[in-house]
Write a protein that binds this ligand. Structure first.
Ligand SMILES: *[C@@H]1O[C@H](CO)[C@@H](O)[C@H](O)[C@H]1NC(C)=O
Ligand SMILES: *[C@@H]1O[C@H](CO)[C@@H](O)[C@H](O)[C@H]1NC(C)=O
Ligand SMILES: *[C@@H]1O[C@H](CO)[C@@H](O)[C@H](O)[C@H]1NC(C)=O
Ligand SMILES: *[C@@H]1O[C@H](CO)[C@@H](O)[C@H](O)[C@H]1NC(C)=O
Length: 419
């Protein structure tokens, strides 16, 4: 009698457990499948015979990863099979938009035709950039903070520069002061994430600047936790594996000059209050300063490039808060040793790199990358800008940005670092 009751109890418990397992399983699968299904519409470009990155350890791939991976793989095949209709392609002719935007009409675009020939040289150049990056990530002679950590160790809030487009399978890490406004515009057009009177934007330059830089416009990795909960890291890793990842970089010192010009030489209320006022008080002995940037400029009160460099070199700055993204090192924004980028573009060769990248992403028929500015900060200005910065400061500044110089193949600016 007792035995029979015990048996029934076990049976009931067993069934309950099975049901529970099924529920949990389907809940997870349902969620994952729901989000993954609409993703890729394009196969990944062929992987180079690369050696795996230092942090791509197999051991971190759990069963769940593998399972999701298979799931994504099969949905990818489905999508490809069902894609018989090519996308409607807008005509590219006469696609020059009207420039309604202040900053852009001030700067002006250069619409003269550029050489868009694809050459094997460019593929070789790209392979070389990626090789240099990989070599120095593995080379212990180059050290910088956070170099050795794995992708899992990167906190969510440091993944806020990775913009994801699930429709084309693209991930872009944006670096401020490196054509990021226009690449963000491209990401908006690709993902169709922003509507203009009900229809997605099709022309990058048609998108107003304030929308481009509003973080709620973009799907970034740091938002995954809120959407996908405990699955967010697995999903990120799968997307990092399947999608084409790119970033654009620039000579680190020239990027600093560019940041200084746009944030402290133009009237910018936010940067005046948040950065210029404390800098002037701390490094230039001002005790009271005007409340608005226009008053300050009228009174001739501007942060000098010298003061800006002093601010960057002061260890106290970083203790108060991490560097603002406009001058934060690229290795801290984009984690190039943890993320295996497929394409490393450079501002110095923006036009040809953009053409090559859009072709690689197979979206070159869909849109055109906006042409270059006429008055971009030029590398040749570097010597003038640094002429009045003490040598010791220049050397310290190089140390601060050395990883960006080395990882992205910018030669050490010897002329600035020696007497
Ligand atoms: C690491 O980099 C240094 C300096 O560039 C170089 O001399 C050395 O050969 C590199 N080591 C390896 C293992 O690549
Ligand atoms: C960003 O966009 C959201 C949604 O469109 C809007 O509610 C918010 O006010 C915008 N933020 C800024 C700073 O413009
Ligand atoms: C600011 O004041 C301190 C002490 O009064 C002085 O030593 C320093 O040279 C001053 N700095 C500048 C930039 O005027
Ligand atoms: C470009 O910018 C520099 C410095 O901001 C300015 O002096 C120069 O007049 C500008 N040139 C043109 C053609 O607008």
């Amino acid at each position: 009698m007792v035995k029979a009751r015990l048996f029934r109890l076990w049976l009931a418990l067993g069934s309950l457990l099975t049901i529970l397992v099924i529920i949990v399983y389907w809940d997870n699968v349902g969620t994952a499948h729901f989000y993954l299904h609409t993703s890729l519409s394009r196969p990944h470009p062929p992987e180079p015979p690369a050696t795996p990155g230092p942090d791509e350890g197999r051991d971190s791939t759990s069963d769940v990863d593998e399972f999701l991976d298979k799931l994504l793989g099969s949905s990818l095949k489905q999508n490809d099979a069902s894609r018989t209709q090519p996308e409607q392609r807008p005509s590219l002719a006469s696609s020059r938009p009207s420039l309604s935007n202040m900053e852009e009409s001030v700067r002006g675009y250069d619409w003269s035709p550029h050489d868009t020939q694809q050459s094997p040289d460019q593929d070789r150049l790209q392979a070389e950039r990626r090789r240099v990056l990989k070599d120095y990530c593995a080379n212990s002679s180059l050290t910088f903070p956070t170099k050795g950590r794995s992708f899992d160790d990167i906190p969510n809030y440091e993944l806020n520069h990775l913009i994801v487009d699930d429709r084309h399978g693209v991930i872009y890490c944006y670096v401020p002061k490196v054509a990021c406004t226009n690449w963000k515009r491209v990401m908006i057009v690709l993902s169709g994430s922003l509507l203009d009177q009900g229809a997605p934007y099709r022309e990058p330059l048609g998108i107003p600047r304030e929308h481009v830089h509003n973080s709620s416009t973009h799907l970034t990795f740091n938002k995954f936790w809120r959407r996908y909960g405990k699955f967010s890291r697995h999903l990120m890793k799968i997307k990092l594996k399947k999608y084409t990842k790119f970033l654009f970089v620039r000579d680190p010192f020239v990027r600093l000059i560019s940041a200084f010009r746009s944030k402290f030489q133009l009237e910018n209320e936010e940067f005046y209050r948040k950065f210029a006022v404390p800098m002037l008080k701390t490094y230039a002995n001002f005790t009271s300063l005007p409340a608005s940037v226009s008053e300050a400029f009228r009174a001739g009160l501007k942060v000098s490039f010298n003061t800006f460099i002093q601010y960057l070199l002061d260890p106290h700055t970083e203790r108060l808060a991490p560097f603002n993204e406009h001058w934060r090192q690229v290795y801290r924004l984009c984690h190039p040793c943890q993320i295996d980028y497929d394409f490393v573009g450079k501002l110095e060769t923006l036009d040809t790199d953009a053409t090559q990248l859009l072709r690689l992403l197979k979206v070159d028929q869909l849109l055109r990358f906006p042409p270059s500015y006429r008055n971009r900060t030029a590398s040749s200005w570097e010597e003038d800008w640094f002429a009045r910065i003490p040598l010791a400061w220049r050397q310290q500044l190089y140390k601060l940005y050395e990883a960006d110089f080395v990882l992205f193949g910018y030669p050490k600016p010897e002329n600035l670092l020696q007497d």
